[in-house]
Design a protein around this ligand. Structure first.
Ligand code: AMP
Length: 281
């Protein structure tokens, strides 16, 4: 498995692989510190396309000034071993200067959507995400790009971006991978102390509660959100960022849940911000 460092190398790789017999190309964008959630995306990609690039890039433009860019976990050698074991064809690991050349002044702003959910509490976050993913899709010329439902608002922003920019890449969304006790896997889980790790279960518990209430016929948004908030009220160590029931395309609040409605939560467990969600059936 090759490690590519430049956009030119990634583009050349993609074109060469495609040339031989109409192969399809997939890309799995990540920030590294790979875990079983990322592995599931790489496996899904392998089942879908002929050749898979895994990008590993801690994207500075999606972090706020007081966020964890500098201390975000970087585990490059282990990441490459995981990517290889899951069948990635190449890892694309550019430098910051490679993706943001000196004087870079072009950004992708998905208006409206970028200020909802995580975008509300993390100003500029989705601008950074959309910009780097646009660069990755354009550079890789991928037929399919694989993202986790874990970042459900990100999926909505990127779908809008791909549609608006008329990009040729199709977005594929993969299910959330969880620990046996329900906690959604995240590269940030390593920040949690043992006590915080227990408190963090509140997110998946709230999500499961809303899922089961909705499954038993409860459709009122206010009722479902209050039920979730009750879980958090019992755990003072957690600070809610948002608890929302929204349309998964527009990310605007709904009054009544329907199949496909997104229930999403974000909360600070100590200094660590975690997210979780469910798409209601
Ligand atoms: P990140 O490295 O955090 O930027 O995540 C890279 C990709 O992996 C994103 O599409 C995430 O949604 C996805 N991902 C992260 N955690 C999980 C998880 N627990 N289950 C499934 N996908 C995930």
């Amino acid at each position: 498995m090759e490690i590519l460092r430049t956009v030119a190398e990634l583009r050349q790789w993609s074109r060469e692989e495609r040339k031989d017999g109409g192969n399809t190309i997939g890309i799995v964008p990540t920030m590294g510190a790979l875990h079983a959630g990322h592995a599931s995306l790489i496996r899904a990609a392998r089942a879908y396309v002929g050749f898979v690039a895994v990008s590993i890039f801690v994207n500075p433009t999606q972090f706020g000034p007081n966020e964890d860019y500098a201390r975000y976990p970087r585990t490059f050698d282990a990441d490459c071993a995981l990517a290889k074991a899951e069948g990635a064809s190449v890892v694309f690991a550019p430098s910051v200067e490679e993706l943001y050349p000196a004087g870079a002044a072009t950004f992708v702003d998905v208006e409206g959507l970028s200020n909802r959910l995580d975008g509300l509490s993390r100003p500029g976050h989705f601008r950074g995400v959309a910009t780097v993913v646009a660069k990755l899709l354009i550079a890789s010329e991928a037929d399919h790009a694989f993202f986790g439902q874990k970042d459900a608002a990100q999926v909505a922003v990127l779908r809008r971006m791909v549609a608006d920019l008329r990009l040729a890449t199709e977005i594929v969304v993969c299910p959330i991978v969880r620990e046996p006790d329900g906690l959604a896997l995240s590269s940030r889980n390593i920040y949690l102390s043992p006590a915080e790790r227990q408190h963090a279960l509140t997110l998946s518990r709230a999500v499961r509660q809303v899922q089961s209430l909705a499954a038993s016929g409860e459709r009122r948004s206010s009722f479902l959100i209050d039920a979730a908030r009750d879980f958090f009220a019992a755990v003072p160590e957690i600070r809610i960022d948002y608890v929302e029931l929204v349309d998964w395309i527009t990310l605007t609040s709904v009054e009544t849940a329907v199949p496909g409605t997104l229930f999403a939560v974000a909360a600070y467990v100590g200094p660590t911000r975690l997210i979780d969600n469910i798409i209601l059936e």
